[in-house]
Ligand binder design. Sequence first.
Ligand code: B12
Length: 463
Amino acid sequence: MRQLLLTHGYFLNEDPKELQIMKPYPPLGILYLCSHLQKKGFRVDVFDSTFATSQELFGVLQTEHPSVLGIYANLMTRKKVVEIARVAKDAGWKIVVGGPEPGAYINEYLSAGADVVVIGEGELTMEELLPALEHGRDSSLEQIPGIAFKDRQGQVRVTMPRPQITNLDGQPWPAREAIDISRYVETWRKAHGLGSLSFITARGCPYKCQWCSHQVFGHTHRRRDPHKVVDEVEWLCAQYQPDMFWIADDVFTIHHGWLRKYAAEMRRRGLRIPFECISRSDRLNNEVADLLAELGCFRLWIGSESGSQRVLDRMERGVTVEEVHAGVALCKERSIQTGMFLMWGYEDEDLADIEATIAHVKRTDPDVFFTTVAYPIKGTPYYERAANSLVQLKPWQESSDREIVIRGRRPPEFYKCADLLLREEVRLARMQRDRESANETELLNRIATLRESLYEMANGACP
Ligand code: B12
């Protein structure tokens, strides 16, 4: 009989935004849990919610024999996860939640029906937790590092931190066979012309960017043996025939010696598959850019965040605006597309910082850029610093950290205006670069109007 059912709250078809993006990737975290636990002899299944509906999952929970349900939660899937936990609880399941969000909201998840919150890496903790849950004694839960639970008196108990897995190479690959991976490849192929799959080569990021969530892996960085990663790449190609990969590491280019070895092994086996990944600009140089191009990197994502050095320093980003500019240039020289992430409204960002960001994007000219209005993720230093100014408009279980309002910050229309101004300025710069003069006057007028509105709003009262 099954001992554990693993699932997550990402339902592609129930999320209009994700449907528009249509870039689903398999939930590697629970697939890693599944393969580890199966290897240890546990009977584990995965209900992959990505292509399913909540009703289908509820049907399984209400009709199948209840055991332990393990749910992955991040800040975006909170609402769904809480709903799943409620339905599962009513149907008699024991509920364990894990992933990047629950460790930051222990009380809330325990109050929402979770029996146990797993903090940090899940493999070793679940291996000890499953037998303990079968016996159902608080005393045995207390002995398990890396969890939180309510004892018989209703007191929340948090156990010792769970030491991390020291040798990632001793771990099995994610249990991709537990779900329909081909569906991901096909979905990508239909929507974007290329079927994509993901894998990871490392866990954890040692950098200290103040807004980034380090809930699961802390600030450690552990890498896999490059030869073993190439084994996985080779196997993925043979098994699922993807046209491209996303290397889902926080910073793929972090360790140059590792990258050299990985590239050498890919070269030796004659493997070259298009891929995209994330890099910090300070981890790029000529050699790294050459290796990325040789390996098939067709798009590099760079967290640029702001064009203002003052804001970058406040973020403790550890990168200069010039490094971002130079990093993008290195990619351009090798025909690697670049994507940039940018943030509006971080702490005391002012108009001069916004203008600096606009100037930076125009000058650096990445192929694509995405902007977000900065939001505080619980557990980050950014959240802690803003804690006294945070307002939750909706009940916790119906909202997400993205919806938290920061008192004293400018209203959403201000950032919408800054965003439009950025886009129009970049459009103008590109027109001028390509010597397209059509509509230039119209665009110049629009830019002037947007800038005027932005400055007017900046001088207005803050809420
Ligand atoms: C790949 C990725 C994505 C991909 C794919 C997601 C997927 N299906 O895997 C895409 C692009 C879709 C994505 C989107 C987003 N992402 Co993302 N993403 C990642 C990334 C880089 C890697 C995920 C991964 O594979 N990790 C490797 C595995 C091994 O780790 P893991 O998933 O954490 O699993 C371990 C533990 O958490 C635990 N565990 C996991 N599940 C469970 C379940 C149970 C029951 C238990 C007990 C334990 C457990 O055990 C696992 C093994 O040790 C992480 C950063 C990171 N390094 O983890 C961010 C990260 C998860 N993303 C994040 C965010 C914010 C987002 C977005 C909101 C971004 C946005 N602006 O839109 C969206 C949300 C999309 C959505 N609707 O869910 C944050 C989440 C923060 C938080 N507190 O919730 C992270 C942590 C980045 C960060 N540092 O801020 N993301």
